[in-house]
Write a new protein. Sequence first.
Length: 202
Amino acid sequence: MSWLQPVVLRGSRASLEPLAPRHADDLIEALHDGELWKLWYTSIPAPNKLVEFIDQRLTAQAKGTLLPFAVIDNTTHKAVGTTNYLNIEPDHRHVEIGGTWYRKSVQRTQINTQCKFLLLHHAFDLLQCIAVEFRTHFFNEPSRRGIERLGARLDGILRNHQLADNGTLRDTCVYSIIASEWPTVKAHLTWQMEKPRSPEIQ
């Protein structure tokens, strides 16, 4: 049996389900909310590529190199984005959380915080990971701020790490949370999710 198996992770505000073709219609709708595929520094699929995107991820899952999730908004029961465990290294108890995107209307809400909490809890408390990594484009400032708000620390920047489809070179920022930091990060994320919030601030 593989170290990392498909699993449903449930929270009060959001849940994570194994990505499946049945999520396609919701995700196509999500992509149109903010025209996410037009962000030059990301690799978000265009709506007409979404079915192919799901197929590619399920193929990678079958090979044991990736575990994709659909992000479910518990208030609407609809898929509002995707996220993944990537670069799975069972011998070293190490995973990366990445390839995450959400429809614009749920960005900067508690959905992202809760999804990251669910993934980190599963990785550290159940899989006994020694480190969880995050990677993002140097120019993806919203992603960098979000990763840093989790409590992840910048390990370094891989310069000219990748060649993008538009011909530009990507510098990749590498962040991580290690096992010894998880109790403090866990307390911080729990407080973030439980603290009183005004209706105007998500």
